[in-house]
Design a protein around this ligand. Structure first.
Ligand SMILES: [Zn+2]
Length: 415
């Protein structure tokens, strides 16, 4: 298969989509069910139609473009990513996977006509959790694992409830098809790496083997407030001092274990937070990620044990609250081998790697054989207006996607 370079096309379409929700302060803001989000979905629907795809929405607000097989019994190969962004995000996160899907389906339709299996692209309504405290709303609706109990209570920062916002945008009112899909044969997501590994190693394609497991804790040290001038050092129960020692001990341990483990204490609060009072309470968060579940568990246990020892030595009480426990998710091995073969055929170097960030592919992988393909991110920058991937790298990703969709959708023996 001799796929043209497509560089200019990819660039044009990425910039075209980024105009919907372009933030006057820089970057792109498309929060779920807002006007800019709806405009982007409508523009995409129009572009899908112009390029010969059948379009439809589901009740959650996911937008599909379909290249139908002549055989109605056949399953569906699905590709896509999320259309929502963080506040003042970049042009590529999520959007690239949608643009790539649209370009790929157009190319396949123009050159090969109707496929043997249905091929669809999806613009998933929500992944980031940046308007409401809820993530993966698009993909969990498709897999039938959406937390419907939660959407009745949650509100955005303006006090608008999730259900209200959804209905206002025209969804959740019974106008569209049920989002649940039982016909998907495989799901492919093309996404920017959001890390700097591919760029540093000058490798254009990352084939994700696992999406890392992640545990998140809130850890509180409780001591005793007292006068900063009259309390001798030996008599103090200083909560902030204890918490600092814990953080340093955990980070040092993470350095010793090394990659692919990562540990972050991203947030800290001290009470009473006054310069001349010994802190009586300090709470910090701990985010630990590793692609192997056993290694993740072992490091977390050791970290909590270290906190416990420090707390006892410092006369502090320790409270540990687990806030998140997401297991590592494997991407489909057969699809990864197929992508590897495509990279070799196309003369592209590639790297098998874990993903340190969460993606829709991890939700889909719970139900359908799924694959996540990365292209480099300049300086690893993401969730930032300066997010950038070179056009040649974007185009290489699209060419791999086209070949993969061709093999899965047109060659009947391929599974
Ligand atoms: Zn993303």
């Amino acid at each position: 298969m001799n796929i043209p370079v497509l560089q200019q096309q990819v660039e044009e379409w990425v910039h075209w989509l980024a105009a919907y929700g372009a933030d006057p302060a820089g970057g792109v803001t498309r929060l779920l069910y807002t006007a800019s989000w709806a405009e982007a979905q409508q523009a995409l629907e129009q572009k899908m139609k112009e390029n010969g795809l059948d379009t439809y929405y589901d009740e959650a607000g996911n937008l599909y473009g379909r290249l139908a097989s002549a055989d109605a019994e056949e399953g569906t190969i699905l590709t896509g990513s999320h259309v929502d962004t963080v506040k003042r995000g970049g042009k590529y996160d999520g959007a690239f996977g949608i643009v790539a899907g649209l370009l790929a389906l157009r190319y396949l339709k123009e050159n090969y006509g109707p496929p043997a299996r249905n091929i669809e692209m999806v613009s998933l309504c929500e992944e980031e959790g940046s308007r409401f405290p809820l993530t993966f709303w698009g993909s969990t609706n498709i897999t039938g694992t959406a937390p419907f109990h939660k959407i009745k209570q949650i509100r955005d920062e303006k006090g608008i409830s999730f259900v209200e916002a959804m209905n206002e945008a025209g969804f959740g009112l019974g106008r569209y098809r049920n989002p649940r899909r039982e016909d998907i044969v495989s799901f492919i997501e093309l996404h920017i790496e959001q890390g700097a590994i591919l760029e540093r190693e000058s490798i254009p394609i990352g084939i994700v083997e696992q999406i890392v497991g992640q545990k998140r804790y809130s850890i509180s040290c409780i001591g005793e407030a007292n006068h900063a001038g009259t309390t001798p050092m030996a008599w103090r129960a200083d909560a902030l001092r204890g918490a600092s020692e814990m953080i340093v001990a955990i980070m040092d341990a993470a350095d010793r274990v090394g990659a692919p483990l990562v540990a972050t204490a991203g947030k800290i609060e001290a009470e009473p937070n006054v310069s001349n009072v010994i802190p009586n309470k300090t709470t910090f968060t701990l985010d630990i990620r590793h692609p192997q579940g056993d290694a993740l568990d072992a490091f977390c246990e050791a970290s909590i044990a270290a906190c416990d020892t420090i707390a006892r030595n410092r006369g502090l009480r320790l409270q540990v609250e687990k806030q998140l426990d997401a297991r590592p998710i494997d991407m489909d091995a057969a699809l990864a081998r197929r992508i590897e073969a495509i990279c070799r055929e196309q003369g592209l170097s590639y790297k098998r790697m874990p993903s340190g960030a969460g993606h829709d592919a991890q939700i889909m992988a719970g139900q359908y054989p799924s694959s996540l393909i990365f292209v480099p991110s300049h300086r690893g920058l993401s969730h930032h207006p300066a997010e950038y991937t070179a056009e040649k790298d974007l185009a290489a990703g699209v060419r791999v996607l086209i070949q993969l969709l061709y093999e899965l959708g047109y060659e009947k023996e391929a599974k």
